[in-house]
Design a binder for this molecule. Structure first.
Ligand code: ZN
Length: 413
């Protein structure tokens, strides 16, 4: 397993916080994120290593970092797993376009991501799993789905090699899942998004255009691995189902990711996992909003990425980047601006200058307010406002404010 990255120290605070209620994408309700036992289990989809780490990635991992910090403050243990999609079409296309080997590109981008996560003081996963490490297990899971009649073969131009697809109708009849359950989209919207986000609704030979690729038979010039299914490589969604089930089991606390993963990736990952285990994948499906830049969604193809590594190279303090992101609720869709970053840097300076004032705010009350705001669907703007008020008046115990800002917002003052 690749190493994740260095875990920042998290100071403990007086008293105990509360596990947050989280907005659940599937039901639209705020659900309690507390596990039945002491261990909160979290799966967040990792990067496809070709455009790491833009500010949108940082926002997603920061959202689930905040969740972990609030869980820890509530006295819970956290078991966190994350994948790396280190073989997939976008990575291969990027490698071909730049004349770099896909493996070198992936390794270099994984290293960059790890560096950025360390700088941003994001709590690391205990299980950090590259897809290329678990190809056998994924192929075996696909074979199980074939055996159960929940998957089928689609011939390729090579008579000896079939692709394998997930049969969404068969799966809906036999497992606690139906397509669109997590995303709540109608069929037309799903068809559109499937075409936009790596699916192939028009592939001839499929039973339903929304059936998702589980296994891609080897093609000339593409990496492939031998397996029980013959040579090939996994589809995108099944990798997360298999890694999550292996490390966290089913019905885990929270499946998380950016809002652009809701469909098809998360919907189908949950579907594959339900077809394999007979249980829902997770209890809460949580998604971070997408960040725009210069009026458009941030994306490699539009060339409008704001990279964490570039900001760090300009000597922007990582704590300032964190504070600029935390000033927005994690589900909000917003636009990154230099003015927003400058505001965060000014706030960081003000917080670092917090005054001791025995007639000012009571630090324990501030802690209570911050805990309340974070327990309410991780309201970081509300938590920041509570600290701002204490900084304005001065506070009886500045050390406690520094500790709570470090423990709950991940910012060292
Ligand atoms: Zn995933």
């Amino acid at each position: 397993m690749p190493e994740s990255w260095e875990r920042p120290a998290v100071p403990s605070l007086p008293g105990t916080g509360t596990a947050p209620r989280l907005h659940d994408t599937a039901t639209g309700a705020r659900l309690c994120s507390a596990p039945d036992d002491i261990i909160a289990r979290l799966y967040v989809c990792g990067i496809t290593p070709y455009d790491a780490t833009h500010i949108g990635h940082a926002n997603t991992y920061l959202a689930f970092d905040t969740l972990q910090r609030v869980w820890v403050d509530a006295g819970l243990e956290v078991h966190y797993a994350q994948n790396i999609t280190d073989v997939d079409d976008p990575l291969l296309e990027r490698a071909a376009a730049t004349g770099v080997s896909w493996r070198d590109l992936a390794d270099q981008q994984i290293e960059l991501f790890r560096h950025d996560m360390t700088a941003l003081r994001i709590l690391p996963p205990q299980d950090y799993v590259a897809v290329t490490e678990v190809i056998d297990e994924i192929a075996q899971a696909v074979a199980v789905l074939l055996d159960r009649g929940l998957a089928y073969r689609v011939p390729t131009s090579d008579a000896d090699a079939d692709d394998v697809y997930f049969d969404i109708s068969a799966a809906a009849e036999t497992s606690p899942w139906r397509i669109g359950e997590e995303s709540n989209l109608d069929r037309e919207q799903m068809l559109l998004l499937s075409a936009e986000r790596g699916g192939d609704p028009n592939r001839p030979g499929k039973r339903d255009p929304l059936d998702a690729l589980l296994w891609r038979a080897a093609r000339e010039g593409e990496p492939s691995w031998p397996s029980v299914l013959g040579a090939g490589r996994p589809g995108w969604h099944i990798e997360c189902s298999v890694i999550a089930l292996k490390h966290l089991g089913h019905d885990f606390s929270v499946q998380g990711g950016g809002a652009d993963l809701v469909f098809p990736h998360h919907d189908l990952s949950a579907g594959h996992a339900a077809a394999l285990s007979g249980h829902p994948l997770a209890k809460v499906y949580s998604h971070a909003g997408l960040i725009a830049y210069q009026g458009e969604k941030m994306s490699k193809s539009l060339g409008n990425l704001v990279l964490v590594s570039e900001l760090l190279r300009e000597c922007v303090p990582a704590a300032g980047i964190r504070l600029a992101l935390l000033a927005h609720h994690y589900r909000e869709e917003w636009e990154w601006t230099r003015a927003g970053l400058d505001e965060a840097l000014a706030r960081l300076d003000a917080w670092r200058g917090i005054r001791s004032n025995q007639h000012g705010a009571v630090a324990l009350d501030v802690l209570d307010q911050v805990r309340q705001r974070l327990a309410d669907d991780l309201d970081t703007p509300g938590a920041i406002a509570a600290v701002d008020r204490a900084v304005e008046t001065g506070v009886d115990d500045p050390a406690l404010i520094r500790a709570l800002v470090d423990a709950l917002l991940g910012i060292e003052l």
